[in-house]
Ligand binder design. Structure first.
Ligand code: C5P
Length: 247
């Protein structure tokens, strides 16, 4: 079945400290969003690319126009929508413009512009093999703790304390693109309309919405090149990956 890839690019990206929306931050001279669009075009999996951007950002619109030109040259339908306040709102806006005949959808962060084609192909392969939901992930290298607010005994200074340590062997760090049967993701978004605002705020990826339906979410191997560019150090690493021999 044909596949639409949604690129969510409507975040503010303030943690990067560039003073411009993250999608416009240049990586080796190219805006992050344009690199993300080119990365998706190159995979060959997309019949349609839908980009969700911040409304009223003329410079982002210009970047999208370049992306549209390159996508159309590759025979890929290209759509742009205004993103929403939460990431899931941006995804919902994009789902509303998915073309007739599309059967599967992948949701991809613009903040992961270096994701290798192989990751898209692994996600597409699992969808072909019958998964309704599939996510790329990596084993975690750090031990992860759950914490709660606490105070140091002598001074009462506000810190945190450990509540638990999940077994590292079964933990995975989740990336994008996350792939779904379109009908399943639409059903998940419809179900999300019944959640309270605090329940909604606790949803940090698309797969969680599908998990809430009780559907199985399958996992394929991600990539260290799929890093989510969030901090200035991520930007340094991404530029090294883009220009250096590791590419
Ligand atoms: O903020 P965070 O790094 O989790 O954002 C992940 C991705 O979701 C980014 O590519 C960002 O542009 C996108 N996003 C969005 N709409 C929002 C918030 C985030 O498209 N309201």
């Amino acid at each position: 079945g044909s596949c639409a890839v949604v690129i969510v690019a409507a975040g503010s990206g303030q943690r990067l400290g560039f003073g411009v929306p993250k999608a416009r931050v240049p990586l080796a001279g190219q805006p992050m969003l344009l690199l993300a669009i080119r990365g998706v075009i190159k995979t060959g999996v997309a019949a349609q690319i839908c980009v969700a951007i911040t409304a009223d950002d003329p410079e982002l619109a210009v970047i999208c126009a370049s992306g549209a030109h390159e996508a159309l040259a590759a025979g890929i339908l290209f759509s742009v929508v205004d993103g929403g306040a939460e990431r899931s709102d941006s995804v919902a806006a994009a789902l509303a413009v998915v073309a007739q005949g599309v059967e599967t959808v992948m949701i991809h962060d613009a903040a992961r512009p270096l994701t290798p084609s192989g990751v898209f192909h692994r996600v597409a392969g699992a969808l072909r093999d019958g998964a309704k939901a599939v996510i790329p992930a990596l084993a975690v290298v750090d031990t992860i703790k759950t914490v709660e607010p606490a105070q140091l005994p002598a001074t009462g200074a506000g810190v945190e304390k450990v509540v638990g340590t999940p077994a590292r062997q079964v933990l995975r760090a989740v990336q994008t693109p996350q792939g779904f049967k379109l009908a399943t993701l639409r059903q998940a978004h419809a179900h999300a309309l019944t959640l309270t605002p605090s329940e909604l705020a606790a949803i940090t990826d698309d797969a969680m919405m599908v998990e809430a339906l009780g559907e199985e979410v399958f996992v394929v191997q991600g990539s260290t090149h799929s890093l989510k560019i969030t901090s200035p150090t991520d930007l340094l690493l991404a530029e090294a990956l883009l220009e250096g021999p590791l590419r």
